[in-house]
Design a protein around this ligand. Structure first.
Ligand SMILES: [Zn+2]
Ligand SMILES: [Zn+2]
Length: 259
């Protein structure tokens, strides 16, 4: 399995995952032109992409779908509860395949989706499997539950939201109170501190690598997110680089992970 985040955050989310026979994207929140450019960095052409999995219909996750999927006839998979909201955002006639709560496969990638709390009808977290290897992608969630943590058990690599520093958000004069309330709510986005708490739990369940994802441009930075998470873990006697590896996904293409 080879995984690479090609863009993360409110300007656009795009993650590439490949197994031996199958290549998929999780979300396509960049323009189709930019998506093609970034896939090219990996030596991948859009004709090589077998499917795109959608987490939810916010623009930062679907911006490129219309043009890319209509032009290259790439099927789009979305949970059935997110089908109508997704369709209402798309203009072009593309092949959308709804899935339900059962696990399914695309080529040799096993896929398990689960609901995560965000301000849409359905936001999906994903576990992706190749044989006994498991990775997870979990962004755009206001809080976690025991059930979500249980779903992530045994996932070696987790892309986990670390959206904001609560103080920076609260003191940001550009954000109206209503927007702050939305982000901080149980259906908004995960703070650095909440993310650190989740990572500590994941560590007990076999996670070796976390990539902090979907960072706010305004209320966070790669350094702040990394420092806050590492400091929290350190207080619990967890040393970054020894017990767990922490990376940060940005708006630029990130590291390629091979499992
Ligand atoms: Zn969202
Ligand atoms: Zn988002």
């Amino acid at each position: 399995m080879r995984v690479c985040n090609l863009s993360s955050g409110s300007d656009g989310n795009l993650t590439y995952v490949e197994c031996e026979k199958t290549r998929i994207l999780i979300d396509d929140g960049l323009s189709s032109k930019e998506t093609i450019k970034r896939l090219c960095l990996l030596g991948i052409s859009p004709v090589d992409i077998n499917a795109i999995l959608i987490t939810h219909e916010h623009t930062d996750h679907i911006k490129g779908i219309d043009n890319l999927c209509s032009r290259y006839n790439i099927p789009v998979y979305v949970h059935k509860d997110g089908l109508i909201p997704l369709k209402s955002k798309l203009i072009k006639n593309i092949n959308i395949i709804p899935f339900d709560d059962f696990d399914f496969e695309i080529g040799d990638i096993g896929i398990q989706s689960f609901a995560i709390p965000h301000d849409v009808k359905r936001c999906s977290g994903y576990n992706l499997y190749e044989n006994n290897k498991k990775i997870s992608i979990l962004t755009d969630l206001g809080h976690t539950t025991n059930e979500i943590i249980k779903n992530l058990a045994g996932s070696t690599l987790v892309y986990l939201e670390a959206n904001h520093d609560v103080n920076l958000l609260m003191n940001n004069p550009k954000y109206p109170y209503s927007l702050k309330k939305r982000i901080l709510s149980n259906w908004g986005h995960l703070s650095n501190e909440s993310s650190a708490e989740v990572i500590y739990q994941l560590l007990q369940n076999g996670t070796k690598q976390v990539v902090l994802s979907h960072l706010s441009k305004e209320n966070n930075s790669p350094n702040i997110a990394y420092e806050q998470v590492v400091t929290y873990l350190h207080k619990k006697d967890v040393i970054e680089g020894v017990h767990i590896k922490i990376d940060v996904a940005t708006t630029n293409p990130g590291a390629i992970f091979k499992l």
